[in-house]
Design a protein around this ligand. Structure first.
Ligand code: SAM
Length: 316
């Protein structure tokens, strides 16, 4: 395969100056200008030679250039801020039709028809040659990963193509939560939700000073490879509700969170969960293993199947 590289281009700093692309602090925009660093980020996505890639929030296009230089066959970028469109269009011309620019909001964007249908693989196969990458504002990346994890568990959205891999950035503390193992003080709802569906890696940390303007925090680059067999094979919303309830009382015994799943007068159902699973109700949430969550979710699922309307009960 021919390795496609971009022709020489103005630097990202020049692009920002030429097109007057001042970062909007209220939109939490922080740019990466160093192409060695964007190359490093993109390397962690794996081999992109001939790949089909979707990048969210390209901004002035640093990561975009690195993806193209790594030989991606096609790259779709989705950018919400229209100020970036002229400079991205300039990049399109340099990229010989490999780049498509979409002005849109990734939270509303439908990916089900964005890639050629013949790239689809079955769930048990190796991941398709499709990758999602993005350095988004933190207030977007966390709700987005939750949304994508749900799509992943339903095999919808980008996952109708199979086990599509993702590489995204998060505030460093969120990255640590995503990968936190049992007993780690950062273990949280995000750890369980991500790890029961994906192999999650905190690839490396980018110091805040690498961005322009510098954010107040450091940034973690995290990769997600969907598991062929989820560790908790139950509907996403049910798993999310149990895990959220347990970690809502993270400093208390885990029994406290389970109690909140049921009306006060039905604490027999809380007893049932601990009897069926044989989990110690005085364990702290961060000490529960993935298998403990799996057992609890199944016990909760069985109760919800048996008692109509129980899943809709909401504490408070
Ligand atoms: N990726 C570029 C980089 O690394 O230099 C820009 C990073 S900046 C932190 C985030 C970018 O995401 C901005 O260009 C912003 O306009 C864009 N963005 C924010 N919310 C978005 C959304 N919901 N959909 C698409 N793009 C979004």
């Amino acid at each position: 395969m021919v390795h496609l590289r971009l022709p020489p281009l103005p630097t990202i700093r020049d692009i920002i100056r030429l097109y007057g692309l001042r970062a909007e602090r209220q939109l939490a925009q922080n740019f990466l200008l160093d192409l060695k660093l964007t190359d490093k980020i993109v390397r962690h996505a794996g081999n992109l030679e001939g790949a089909h890639v979707l990048e969210v929030g390209p901004g002035p296009g640093g990561i975009t250039r690195s993806i193209l230089n790594k030989g991606a066959a096609n790259l779709v970028v989705v950018e919400k801020d229209q100020r970036f469109l002229p400079s991205l269009t300039m990049l399109c011309e340099a990229a010989n039709e490999r780049l498509k620019v979409i002005h849109g909001d990734i939270m509303k964007f439908n990916m089900e028809e964005e890639f050629p249908a013949d790239l689809k693989t079955s769930w048990d196969d190796d991941p398709p040659n499709i990758h999602i990458l993005g350095n988004l504002p933190f207030n977007v990346s966390t709700p987005l990963i939750i949304r994508w994890l749900e799509a992943l568990s339903n095999h919808s959205g980008p996952f109708i193509y199979g086990r599509t891999r993702m590489l995204l950035t998060f505030q460093k503390e969120v990255a640590e939560r995503l990968v936190a193992p049992v007993r780690d003080s950062q273990r949280s709802r995000l750890s369980i939700m991500a790890q029961h569906l994906c192999e999650v890696k905190h690839c490396f940390t980018i110091p805040g000073k690498a961005f322009v303007p510098k954010p107040d925090v450091d940034v973690g680059v995290v990769s997600f490879t969907p598991l062929a067999d989820p560790l908790i094979d139950l509907p996403f919303k049910l798993v999310e509700k149990l895990v959220r309830s347990v970690f809502h009382f993270r400093r208390k015994y885990c029994r406290r969170g389970v109690e909140s799943l049921f009306p006060l007068e039905r604490q027999d159902l809380t007893d049932e969960i601990f009897q069926v699973t044989k989990i110690d109700p005085t364990q702290r949430p961060m000490l529960l293993t993935m298998e403990d969550f799996n057992l609890m979710c199944h016990a909760y699922y069985n109760i919800c199947q048996r008692i109509p309307g129980m899943f809709d009960y909401n504490y408070r």
